[in-house]
Ligand binder design. Structure first.
Ligand SMILES: NC(=O)c1ccc[n+]([C@@H]2O[C@H](COP(=O)([O-])OP(=O)(O)OC[C@H]3O[C@@H](n4cnc5c(N)ncnc54)[C@H](OP(=O)(O)O)[C@@H]3O)[C@@H](O)[C@H]2O)c1
Length: 177
């Protein structure tokens, strides 16, 4: 059954990027070999569809060496942005439940990965469409920045691990009754 999973790295004070979209606080760190689903080599093969917001997409285009996602990727935006050659990227501003249904059909039983940002993940949660939060917590606070998940979300702790400099936490989302 398809799970909708938010997996990200975060600062201890709950930011996934600085105000000016820098990830320098993250990229310099020793990750070690993360166990289980904290490790992208294990996590990514379970994913059948990827979704992200426009800022995250622009960051990936600007910083990653080539497009690395094999899965179809939905990008929420009000703009038409460039698409790397060979990438299956679908720009959308459709209602979240409609896009989620389209992604679930495309994923065919595999999982949906919510890459971020945090408010977009919150929009999925607003519709009861967030199942899991996986957070690799870096040993740093940055005071302000782009939020991890700017909503009230009740979580049930499922797994705790330690890898390199990171505390790795996995939670199930507790759906409102
Ligand atoms: N630490 C990590 O592992 C990690 C993980 C993921 C992301 N990040 C970083 O975190 C930052 C997140 O940036 P962000 O907070 O600005 O979030 P974002 O979700 O990446 O981008 C926000 C933009 O997405 C579009 N958007 C969001 N919801 C929409 C909707 N319902 N309909 C249409 N468009 C919608 C809008 O773009 P338009 O202006 O086009 O309308 C909005 O300005 C980025 O710098 C990213 O690189 C870090």
């Amino acid at each position: 059954m398809t799970r909708t999973r938010y997996s990200t790295a975060t600062t201890l004070d709950g930011f996934i990027a600085t105000d000016d979209h820098s990830l320098d606080w993250l990229l310099s760190r020793e990750t070690g070999t993360m166990p289980g689903d904290f490790n992208f080599d294990t996590f990514l093969p379970q994913v059948g569809a990827v979704v992200m917001g426009a800022s995250t997409y622009e960051w990936v285009l600007a910083h990653d060496a080539g497009w690395s996602y094999e899965q179809p990727t939905w990008v929420f935006t009000h703009r038409q942005l460039e698409v790397p050659s060979g990438a299956d990227v679908r720009f959308t501003q459709a209602p979240i439940p409609d896009v989620h249904a389209e992604m679930a059909e495309s994923a065919a039983g595999k999982d949906i990965w919510l890459v971020g940002g945090g408010d977009l993940v919150g929009q999925f949660h607003d519709h009861g469409l967030l199942d899991e939060v996986i957070a690799a917590v870096a040993p740093v606070t940055i005071g302000s920045g782009k939020p991890l998940l700017p909503r009230h979300v009740e979580l049930s702790l499922q797994e705790v691990a330690h890898s390199g400099e990171f505390a790795c936490l996995r939670y199930d989302v507790i759906r409102p009754a």
